[in-house]
Design a protein around this ligand. Structure first.
Ligand code: C5P
Length: 272
């Protein structure tokens, strides 16, 4: 993720969606959060975030422009994660000016694709640049971790193994697929509900050295299917096309690795 300047005072950042190619839950922390080992990679579906520093007031204003879908459930006010990200940095760094943000929203919500977290990471990078704060990415990491478990991953640029709550990152050096088809049903899933449905009675799987069709795995798939059984039918339709579907994150989006771009586009068209 990087920031570029648009004209005189607007800055832009492209905030990608992610897929979890491996997700194992290793335990539960005393505060109820889960200890994860997950491999995430960014994909070419992205939100676009614009940022303008404003001198007249110290408010952080957000306009959401839906691209392709209505996204009625994107919070617009102070409870939007990216508004919280900008406000957090503003307070911590004693910034005496405000900001105007415009979010072109493409990544579906409640999908397990990290859209809200990616927007928040983009907001941190944009505020840092537009306000001239001069913080390094490592200095932004504690802010990211405070905002949410997945936000830290999006400050990086490469596939990563994320441990702890998801905020402890290391590059993932094994081979991963490069083309995916992603299917998002109309229904979404709330992360906290999926974790509540999870039982920790299975032995944890080790992290694979590479991630092909045979190694892709997600411990949250079973509880997600229990909450949204319709996903089984979607998975069957994907299997008929020779794909091996998995949920990403806590769902409800499904993805499958594809051997090439042509195959991925053909599968997407057949499933649409
Ligand atoms: O950190 P974030 O706000 O993205 O997490 C959303 C919800 O997912 C949390 O409220 C928690 O219920 C669950 N969660 C968890 N363990 C994690 C990450 C998230 O239980 N490592």
């Amino acid at each position: 993720m990087y920031v570029r300047q648009l004209g005189v005072d607007w800055f832009e950042c492209l905030a990608p969606a992610k897929l979890n190619l491996f997700l194992e839950v290793r335990g539960r922390f005393p505060d109820g959060y889960h200890e994860l080992e997950t491999v995430m990679c960014g994909i070419s579906l992205y939100d676009t975030l614009w940022f303008q520093s404003v001198q007249e007031h110290t408010n952080v204003e957000l306009e959401v422009v839906p691209v392709g879908a209505p996204f009625a459930d994107v919070p617009r006010g102070a409870d939007n994660l990216l508004v919280r990200a900008v406000t957090l940095l503003q307070r911590a760094q004693g910034v005496a000016v405000g900001a105007r943000l415009r979010l072109f929203k493409r990544i579906p919500t409640q999908a397990g694709m990290g859209g809200g977290s990616s927007d928040a990471a983009a907001a941190l990078l944009l505020a840092n640049q537009a306000w001239g704060l001069g913080l390094t990415r490592s200095q932004l990491l504690p802010f990211a971790a405070e905002l949410g478990s997945d936000v830290s991953f999006f400050l990086g640029d490469s596939p990563a193994v994320c441990r702890g709550r998801g905020e402890q990152l290391q590059p993932y050096l094994g081979a991963i697929p490069r083309q995916f088809v992603v299917v998002k049903p109309n229904e979404g899933l709330a992360t906290a509900e999926v974790y509540r449905e999870l039982s920790l009675d299975q032995p944890p799987r080790p992290l694979p050295a590479k991630l092909g069709d045979a190694q892709i795995f997600n411990r949250l798939q079973e509880p997600a299917l229990a909450l949204l059984p319709k996903l089984n039918q979607l998975m069957d339709r994907m299997r008929i096309l020779g794909l091996s579907p998995w949920i990403t994150g806590s769902g409800s989006a499904l993805f499958a690795a594809c051997a090439g771009r042509v195959r991925a586009l053909r599968s997407a068209n057949q499933l649409r």
